[in-house]
Design a protein around this ligand. Sequence first.
Ligand code: ATP
Length: 252
Amino acid sequence: MPILETRALNKRFGGLHVTNNVDFALEEGEVHCLIGPNGAGKSTLFRLILGEHAPSSGAILFGGEDITHLKSFQRIHRGMSVKFQVPGIFKALSVRQNLEIAMQRHYEAASLGEEIEKLLAFLNLSADGGRLAGNLSHGQKQWLEIGMAISLKPRLLLLDEPTAGMSPEETHATGEMIKRLNAEGMTVLAVEHDMAFVRQVAHKVTVLHLGRVFAQGTIDDIVADEQVAAIYLGKTTAHETTAHEQKGGLHG
Ligand SMILES: Nc1ncnc2c1ncn2[C@@H]1O[C@H](COP(=O)(O)OP(=O)(O)OP(=O)(O)O)[C@@H](O)[C@H]1O
């Protein structure tokens, strides 16, 4: 049974049909990347899954349960967690204090310190626990965010462009983190533009285009798909679409 499923999911903003009859299934235990040209509807689908947008029609299931009408916090209680692109860390607090805030209600006081140190080590931030979060590098801030998102050991981790703005080395280190989390049992859905990262982590890739599922397969299937290449070059005539400005090409 898929851990997450959308059935005939639609979202319209006025006359704009941004999520168009999306049937999507995420299998438990996989790392799945959602790609597609700018404006394809990736963020909107993400926000629908999280409960930040209400769908116009269709259903969302998590662990087999219909969650279409649940609030975000109820979805989080059921085991979803998210890291958005914009950092939501407390800049004026230390790295350790940030993790403490995320974790304190969920761990016994006696084990909290040890859990935080374990997480700091996982995030390559052991030497930075006492630094103000606001003084971390961009990549380190993203890792702290990931740390806050995984601190409650979610069943499903949602990542919105986790490597945006990172160096190739930081991107690779982030990929290794995702692979370790996955090896320990976490299912991951990531919106991502960086194809090197997608190749590093993804078991499966879904391409969204004009709000629809356009293609699905392994990264090799997707990169070899000429129709996918065409939409990235803005050559599609499926709708009245103009060439999209790309942050990164398909072959990244
Ligand atoms: N709240 C909103 N109100 C109206 N239109 C919206 C809203 N959110 C998104 N859209 C429109 O929906 C379309 C899809 O946007 P979305 O952000 O989901 O795409 P995306 O694939 O995530 O793009 P990017 O890769 O640029 O982040 C765009 O045309 C966008 O302008």
